[in-house]
Write a protein that binds this ligand. Sequence first.
Ligand SMILES: Cc1cc2nc3c(=O)[nH]c(=O)nc-3n(C[C@H](O)[C@H](O)[C@H](O)COP(=O)(O)OP(=O)(O)OC[C@H]3O[C@@H](n4cnc5c(N)ncnc54)[C@H](O)[C@@H]3O)c2cc1C
Ligand SMILES: *[C@@H]1O[C@H](CO)[C@@H](O)[C@H](O)[C@H]1NC(C)=O
Ligand SMILES: *[C@@H]1O[C@H](CO)[C@@H](O)[C@H](O)[C@H]1NC(C)=O
Ligand SMILES: *[C@@H]1O[C@H](CO)[C@@H](O)[C@H](O)[C@H]1NC(C)=O
Length: 532
Amino acid sequence: MAQNVAVIGAGISGLAALKCSLEAGLRATCFEKSDSVGGLWNFMDHAEDGRASIYRSVFTNACKEMMCYPDFPIPDEYPNFMHNSLFLDYLRLYAEHFELLRHIKFKTAVISVRKRPDFAITGQWDVTIEKAGKKESAVFDAVLICTGHHVYPNLPLVSFPGIEKFKGHYMHNRDYKEPTQYAGKRILVVGLGNSGADIAVELCRTAEKVCLSTRSGSWIMSRVWDKGYPWDMVYLTRFQSFLNDILPRAISDWLYENMMEKRFNHKNYGLAPLNRSLRKEPVFNDDLAACIMCGTVVVKPNIKEFTETSAVFDDGSVMENVDVVIFATGYSYAYPFMDDSIVKNSKNQVSLYKGVFPPTLEKTTLGVIGLVQSLGGIPPTSDIQARWAIGVLKGSCKLPPKDKMLEELNEAEGEKKSWFGHSESLSTDYVTYMDELSSFIGCKPNLSKLFLTDPKLYWEVFFGPCSPYQFRLMGPGKWHGARKAILNQWNRTIQATRTRVVSSHTQASSFIILATLLFMPLLLLAVFLAWS
Ligand SMILES: Cc1cc2nc3c(=O)[nH]c(=O)nc-3n(C[C@H](O)[C@H](O)[C@H](O)COP(=O)(O)OP(=O)(O)OC[C@H]3O[C@@H](n4cnc5c(N)ncnc54)[C@H](O)[C@@H]3O)c2cc1C
Ligand SMILES: *[C@@H]1O[C@H](CO)[C@@H](O)[C@H](O)[C@H]1NC(C)=O
Ligand SMILES: *[C@@H]1O[C@H](CO)[C@@H](O)[C@H](O)[C@H]1NC(C)=O
Ligand SMILES: *[C@@H]1O[C@H](CO)[C@@H](O)[C@H](O)[C@H]1NC(C)=O
């Protein structure tokens, strides 16, 4: 049984892994290359090699009730969607609250993780670290990899013929920090993901011209959803997931498209995904449609080629005198400190059982936390992954045999293709995934029990947002505050925006509505009399 765990990285995932290891009574050491916690959310002026790099204006796209750790709600006074600096504050609060800092070795990079010679028997790893130029090695019973996956840019220059002739400046969005230096310039943003959309919208306020080129299009969702509630509070529910499961594919596709098209017709805006039957993950942006409407962002198809000064698109149109091209073409995965074959399959794709365990190791003493992408926030996902991984390390959870895992992985890959297209990311349905892992742990909320013993809570758990607290409501790792947090989640959501309380008498009261209803027949009668 594993006793001594190495956690690599102190971002969202590393903090969760460290906290859950300590909670389970393991000895854990966390190694963090930089000098503080937060990972990607720790904004820096310049991109650093081997670390995630964000622009200054990044806001969360999951709301506070859906993007917290399940046993540590985000403070009441925080807004629903948080600026990166505020979310970083929350991560620091978490680290302090659970006394994690003394277990983290900062400015310490892990440079190699290798199986020990007797790995097949002990499952142990040799971990080499480098601190202030000095190298050191230590033996660990288990390793949890939490190094993030928005680090290594995916920039396939070969698919952009002529780029070598192009005289302007080009870069990956990783190097984009803020709009000031782009004022008055002519800018081409390539790729319609969250970053591409954000950057196009931000630059178009001051640039001379902004074009946004997309090959396959995307659905655009707004953070502000039905009746002004956060999208994920309304959409990520067990009820919705249940409907998805029972409805025929054609109907659920139709419902999904209908939802995406509610605000605007994506075809009219040049944004619609090429293949509408592929359920492409949405992009979150509240302003893109308005910018297109105002003509400040112009959507273009795929780039055919670059010339010295311009970009030619597939439809033959040309953007002349391009000053800067920003490639928002995503990221690829890399684990430079270990043998790639541990986590990648023969097709060089990351292939992990339930997104966590390499299926072919002799001993399952290595897990990857925070790699799966779903519509839900990363903190609850990392928390559940870490608890399950630690359950496996401690022997309280069992993995199926190797061939069973491989079989399931192959199946899952096929399914993913039909669902999300040839998307690079490891996407899964949030509620289904969370339920699956929580059932392994034994902490999946028991709905029939809730229905019988606590109907009010049942209602909120089933029809309300599938918030992180649900996964600490019962079973191992139960948090005593979970019930209250669930019942109060809407209140906290509203409190964050209702900073000016409007008393009810200034709103249309039900009395007026009633009076109108009574008045209508009289009006119709009057019209009828006037006619006759
Ligand atoms: C622009 C943008 C917006 C996003 N918005 C959201 C959002 O709203 N909600 C959401 O849930 N997710 C969002 N994400 C996804 C994001 O990846 C996760 O929120 C989260 O940051 C992942 O955390 P992590 O701990 O897995 O990785 P990271 O935050 O990248 O942390 C990894 C840590 O590991 C350290 N490290 C790496 N290698 C080593 C090594 N060899 N030795 C020691 N330390 C090492 C790094 O220094 C870093 O601190 C966004 C991503 C991007 C790019
Ligand atoms: C859309 O994708 C589906 C599933 O991969 C495929 O069968 C279909 O041919 C595609 N349609 C178009 C127009 O590309
Ligand atoms: C859920 O609760 C019911 C009633 O208490 C119980 O009979 C059932 O076994 C529970 N289910 C699980 C999966 O624990
Ligand atoms: C939520 O707020 C409303 C109105 O402010 C209040 O009546 C209700 O009791 C609150 N609910 C909880 C569970 O605190």
